[in-house]
Write a protein that binds this ligand. Structure first.
Ligand code: HEM
Ligand SMILES: CC(C)=CCC/C(C)=C/CC/C(C)=C/COP(=O)(O)OP(=O)(O)O
Length: 314
């Protein structure tokens, strides 16, 4: 064996980090955080250890759904620049291994969440995994440009799972948190689809940029951002929110709307001239946007424990 082939053989050996990457850990940070907020915002106390276990099992379930997504999507991941180095297309982990890991962790996370908390939460987790892996990944993603609008529901369930883990049920507050993520997902993703340029064309995935073109995608980002801002601000006067939420929502939605208008006003020539700077910034802002809205809900819950609800300030 030459030095080069030795090096290649070494590089092809799967590392722990390859198996970890199957769980889409970076995306799951926000999923886990929103589940955590759902759990903490729910009424009634929960033993901190049980709460910790619930979040851990939700994180494992989310990761499992990521592994199932990577197993099914290995063919298109291999074609797209952004995803070509993932563990399966790069040959470091086999599809069969990813499938086995995804199925085993799915079953483990659902059963243990049920045992640690209740079966409503476990049922919601199972449904979310099913929705992401089967409804979104296996069906919608390759079938319709509405893939992420409908499929976005999968990513919106985690706060409802957290809430159900704490209460055993569903409520208007947890449905509002679901709605916030649901409306946020299209602008979050379409901004990325704009600056990923030809990736989805190459892979033949019917994203809005491919089927309806970039100007239509820019318009859609603006429309969804307006709807999202209306919802986010309306939530400011409900039981889930308080003064911190209201103040942050005003600032964040103004910034997000400004970004969406800027995207809508641009054409491809302008975007290419600055390498999609505005679209990239908007995508980054989308992550801060969701993180900060849920962080604000958490802050208001903490204040409410001291009797400081937003009515006190009026
Ligand atoms: C169908 C719905 C969604 C689609 C199609 C989508 C798509 C994407 C894509 C393609 C990326 C780039 C990821 C990468 O290359 O690793 C990304 C990044 C990200 N997404 Fe989403 N997303 C969706 C929903 C969500 C949801 C619901 C959350 C969390 C609540 C989320 C959180 C994130 C985060 C935190 C990142 C940044 C990861 C990093 O730092 O690299 N996404 N999203
Ligand atoms: C608790 C639980 C089960 C949570 C699941 C959360 C969930 C559905 C998150 C979706 C986030 C996501 C990365 C979508 C990516 O779309 P894609 O898969 O098309 O992106 P890709 O091109 O990067 O693979």
């Amino acid at each position: 064996m030459t030095d080069v082939s030795l090096q290649t053989a070494y590089q092809d050996e799967p590392q722990f980090s390859d198996y970890f990457a199957l769980l889409k850990p970076r995306v799951m940070t926000l999923v886990v955080f929103t589940a955590f907020v759902g759990l903490l915002a729910a009424p009634g106390g929960m033993h901190p250890f049980v709460a910790f276990c619930a979040i851990l099992f939700i994180a494992i379930g989310g990761g499992a759904s990521g592994a199932l997504n990577m197993w099914w999507d290995a063919d298109i991941d291999a074609v797209m620049r952004r995803t070509a180095k993932r563990p399966i297309p790069s040959g470091r982990v086999s599809g069969d291994e990813a499938l086995a890991i995804g199925l085993a962790l799915s079953a483990f996370s659902v059963v243990f969440l049920g045992l640690a908390t209740n079966w409503v939460a476990a049922g919601l987790l199972a449904f979310t995994i099913f929705f992401y892996a089967v409804i979104y990944t296996m069906w919608l993603k390759r079938a319709t440009p509405q893939n992420i609008v409908i499929g976005g529901a999968a990513g919106a369930f985690p706060p409802m799972i957290g809430w159900a883990a704490a209460t055993g049920g569903v409520s208007i507050e947890s449905v509002l948190m679901f709605a916030l993520i649901f409306m946020w997902t299209p602008p979050h993703f379409w901004a990325l689809a704009l600056f990923m340029r030809s990736d989805y064309d190459d892979a033949g995935v019917p994203m809005l940029t491919v089927t309806h073109g970039r100007p239509a995608t820019r318009r859609h980002i603006l429309i969804y951002t307006v709807l999202l801002a209306a919802l986010a601000l309306a939530m400011g006067v409900t039981a889930v929110a308080g003064p911190v939420y209201l103040a942050s929502a005003l600032i964040l939605n103004a910034l997000f709307l400004k970004g969406a208008v800027a995207i809508w006003r641009r054409d491809e020539a302008m975007a290419e001239a600055d390498n999609y700077l505005v679209e990239r910034k908007f995508f980054k802002l989308s992550l801060l946007y969701l993180f900060a809205h849920f962080g604000a809900i958490l802050a208001d819950q903490a204040l409410a424990r001291f009797g400081l609800t937003w009515e006190v300030f009026l």
